[in-house]
Write a protein that binds this ligand. Structure first.
Ligand code: SF4
Ligand code: SF4
Length: 323
């Protein structure tokens, strides 16, 4: 059995809601088939009051073994570094987190807030929020860059706003079955198996992306055009498997006609959140997207785009919805 404790800091519970919807494997499967002993979770834990505090104290002191510590939400450090804006079980949450991370075999951060501060850490960041080992893209965060859990690993980051439920349960299975050391992590500590490809990988609009044909309309499934050229889709720049591991086993934002807003990247939320700054593609020189697919540059883009537009067949400019 691998013991697991799940705490929440500055969180909306979105990652918990997502986790409870997991299917491959489900939360029940974690317990019945994969030997995870769920010690406590804010929505599922049975212990209350003094019983819960006694449990937390025994884990934080090392009296009882803790194999996996999962944290959801940002670390709230305000006011003045005291963490007292987020009190939990008689103490600032950040104090529990420090002690539990020192005792845990593996530490897993779920969702953007735990990974790098997320929306709470967006300037002006009044709660002085940070992630466990990153503040936005900067290494460090609450625990510091040198932190390693008892198993010798940094915090494993599973970002997203929220993270897809199956990313969470599949990584927990790997960790609980002793294969944490086999996980390849990228430079932001994300499991490479999920975060090497892009949201665009598997998007049903790729045919329109290649021919530089834009849709001007949200929704409408994949009837016409790509969401990148006008509507701000970040699919080419965002590392996520959202079009490989579908949401609800059915769809994704881009398949449904909603631009990817890049929620698995530390810079999320991107831009200044002012009206018109999200679902609108920023341009340079009038018509060239300011942010490009990883690995290309503006000159290469312009040469490719000119050729692609000339080569674009008629069907790529039409509405493909036929009844
Ligand atoms: S809609 Fe977004 S993810 Fe899909 S092809 Fe266009 S840019 Fe890529
Ligand atoms: S499509 Fe983009 S914004 Fe939506 S969940 Fe995936 S990475 Fe996040």
């Amino acid at each position: 059995m691998a013991s697991l404790l799940w705490f929440q800091g500055g969180a909306c519970s979105g990652n918990t809601m997502s986790f409870l919807n997991a299917e491959e494997p489900s939360v029940c499967d974690l317990v019945t088939d994969f030997g995870i002993e769920l010690l406590w979770h804010p929505s599922l834990g049975m212990e209350l009051g003094d019983q819960a505090k006694a449990l937390f104290r025994s884990l934080a002191s090392g009296e009882r073994d803790l194999d996996i510590f999962v944290f959801e939400g940002s670390i709230i450090q305000a006011p003045n570094g005291s963490g007292r804006f987020d009190m939990f079980a008689d103490r600032p949450m950040q104090e529990w987190v420090r002690e539990l991370c020192d005792q845990a075999g593996i530490v897993v951060a779920i969702g953007d807030c735990a990974c790098w501060g997320g929306i709470p850490a967006t300037p002006p960041n009044p709660s002085d929020s940070t992630g466990l080992q990153f503040l936005k893209k900067g290494p460090g965060g609450y625990l510091g860059s040198d932190f390693r859990s008892k198993a010798g690993l940094p915090v494993i980051n599973i970002p997203g706003c929220p993270a897809h439920p199956d990313w969470v349960t599949q990584i927990l299975v790997a960790v609980a079955s002793g294969r944490a050391g086999d996980l390849v992590l990228d430079d932001l500590h994300r499991p490479a198996t999920f975060f090497t490809s892009f949201t665009q990988t598997g998007c049903t609009r790729n045919q329109f992306f290649e021919y530089k044909q834009s849709t001007m309309t949200f929704g409408e499934g994949t009837r016409s055009g790509c969401l990148y050229y006008e509507l701000g889709c970040r699919g080419p720049m965002t590392h996520s498997p959202c079009n490989r591991i579908l949401w609800n086993r059915t769809s994704s934002k881009t398949r449904a006609g909603m631009p990817c807003i890049g929620c698995t990247e530390p810079e999320f939320p991107h831009h200044d959140l002012m009206p018109g700054s999200i679902f609108k593609t920023k341009k340079v020189a009038g018509s060239v997207p300011a942010e490009l697919q990883e690995g290309t540059d503006h000159l290469t883009y312009m040469a490719h785009a000119a050729a692609a537009r000339i080569a674009a067949p008629d069907w790529s400019k039409k509405d493909l919805f036929v009844v």
